[in-house]
Ligand binder design. Structure first.
Ligand SMILES: Cc1cc2nc3c(=O)[nH]c(=O)nc-3n(C[C@H](O)[C@H](O)[C@H](O)COP(=O)(O)OP(=O)(O)OC[C@H]3O[C@@H](n4cnc5c(N)ncnc54)[C@H](O)[C@@H]3O)c2cc1C
Length: 477
């Protein structure tokens, strides 16, 4: 180990190496604060060449490597285990924009670029980078790619995978692969970009990426709408898509249980209805080509009118029970702040079993009902919070114990988890929609992933990482 550190010191700049335990602390504890590992060192390379040099040495000495971006993983993927044998490679200092083209509508950035900064850089050029979710101020594009992150705009723009044109990556033996051409068509064999996207640092370190940019929406209008049930909500979504020509930017499901937690833990947020409804959706539409595009007030009114028409039709046809449209940009932002704080609010409630799952859109309602039955027969009066990105079938499904019996989950949690995973499987869903596998879903990966797919993944892993040093113990059981 000391020989490895000595060689590292010779190869890389002193500012790139941290071995002091207190300085390492923030890199070895995960965002939820559930896992604290240990590390031999934290490396903060400044460029791809340094990453390559570090990997060459790690390969020689067979040192496990944990790639890290913003360390906002909620699946346990971004921190080392507690053996103290690994190094963490943080990409945080690799945050340069290498290229931005307004005409090609692309941007090439290093992996450590913080998502919110990337959004801002695009906006400064009059363009739009649509990936968006609560961790945007800390998570980094390399981490977003490594987890194939989703968020609230997937309904319109797709996951991070759909936003990426190419990557640069360093493999375990230090070789650098450059696929940053920005081509939109390139049928030259297996798609290694797609192989690395979603690989959670187990195959290579992503050091840079070329991402697509989009036209900046000219106006946004948001509403909280109360809906009778999930299936009716989907009909409302389809109508809104047809009415706006696909300009629905987000369609978020918000159940009563979550609004009750908002009232309890985040009273600063205003719930826009006199009584907490059973189920509502937060809808945002964002037209990119409104008429009268020189007049911002007319553009805003146009977006709002479109939303009013959708809601009015919805109310007439029983798809909407009541709705509140954000009357100002401030109110729209407040609606989103409440939504984006969901994970923090849910975490404050304490004891829960949480899932990040996806289902075919037409099976979401049946799944929710089935789960009420299956979990309800294990423990009475559970509070089921089926919050999520309904537009793409992703539920951040959380099960809380009854308020009067906070320990009720303790003895039954394994049975409840199994009931949820079994139900997901029987409804053709996925046990990991957007947060990744990390260490938290290895059980499900082992038991519910297609066995042939899992075997092929393991073979790819051995081929690309023969010494098994890339983020060991993550993603693959
Ligand atoms: C408040 C909050 C809200 C969230 N909301 C969402 C959401 O709506 N949708 C969603 O998808 N996720 C969400 N997440 C989860 C998390 O933010 C995402 O998974 C994010 O993409 C992780 O990015 P990161 O830079 O923090 O990566 P990290 O947490 O540092 O790493 C995540 C994984 O990627 C690997 N990795 C990181 N960088 C690289 C790299 N350059 N090369 C190779 N591997 C790498 C790590 O080893 C690890 O396995 C949320 C998290 C929080 C805390």
């Amino acid at each position: 180990m000391s020989e490895f550190i000595r060689k590292l010191e010779n190869e890389i700049d002193a500012s790139s190496l941290i071995t002091d335990k207190s300085e390492m602390a923030k890199y070895i504890t995960d965002w939820p604060g559930k896992i604290t590992g240990d590390a031999l060192a934290v490396l903060r390379p400044r460029n791809t060449s340094e990453v390559s040099k570090i990997m060459l040495l790690a390969y020689e000495f067979e040192i496990p490597v944990v790639p890290q971006g913003g360390n906002t993983s909620v699946a346990g993927g971004s921190v080392p285990d507690d053996t103290g044998n690994s190094i963490v490679i943080s990409l945080e200092r690799m945050n340069k924009v290498r290229d931005i083209s307004v005409s090609a509508m692309t941007i090439t950035v290093e992996a450590g670029c913080i998502l919110e900064k990337l959004q801002q850089i695009a906006e400064d050029k009059g363009l739009f980078f649509p990936l968006n979710f609560g961790a945007k101020g800390s998570c980094m594009i390399g981490g977003n790619l490594a987890t194939n992150a989703g968020g609230q705009n997937v309904v319109r723009y797709g996951n991070t995978r759909e936003l990426c044109l190419g990557v640069e990556a360093v493999f375990s033996d230090g070789r650098v692969m450059n696929l940053l051409s920005g081509l939109r068509k390139d049928n030259t064999g297996y798609d290694l970009r797609d192989l690395l996207i979603g690989s959670e640092g187990t195959l290579a370190i992503i050091t840079a990426a070329t991402m697509k940019l989009f036209h900046l929406p000219q106006a946004r209008s948001a509403t909280f709408a109360i809906i009778p049930d999930i299936d009716t909500g989907l009909e409302l979504l389809n109508r809104a898509q047809a009415h706006t020509g696909g300009a629905v930017e987000a369609f978020e499901l918000i159940p009563r249980v979550f609004l009750e937690l908002v009232k309890k833990h985040a009273p600063q947020f205003h719930i826009p209805f006199p009584q907490i409804p059973e189920l509502c959706v937060l809808i945002e539409i964002a037209p990119t080509n409104p008429q009268n595009s020189n007049n911002s007030e007319a553009i805003d009114n146009n977006a709002k009118e479109q939303l009013e028409n959708i809601l009015e039709d919805g109310i007439n046809d029983g798809l909407v029970l009541d709705a509140v449209i954000a009357s100002s940009e401030g109110q729209r932002r407040e609606m989103w702040e409440m939504r984006e704080s969901a994970l923090e609010i849910i975490t404050k409630e304490g004891n829960r079993i949480g899932f990040d799952i996806s289902l075919p859109l037409n099976k979401v309602q049946a799944f929710v009902k089935e789960m009420e039955f299956r979990a309800g027969s294990l423990v009475e009066n559970l509070r089921m919070c089926h919050m999520g990105h309904l537009g793409d079938g992703n539920l951040h499904y959380a099960i809380f114990p009854p308020e009067e019996d906070p320990d009720a989950l303790i003895l039954k949690s394994e049975e409840i988890k199994k009931a949820v995973y079994d139900a997901i499987s029987s409804f053709d869903g996925s046990f990991s929609a957007e947060h990744g596998i990390g260490t938290s879903k290895l059980f499900a990966m082992n038991n519910y992933k297609d066995p042939v797919a899992l075997d092929i993944m393991q073979q790819i892993k051995v081929k690309l990482d023969p010494k098994m040093i890339m983020n060991p113990g993550k993603l693959l059981p």
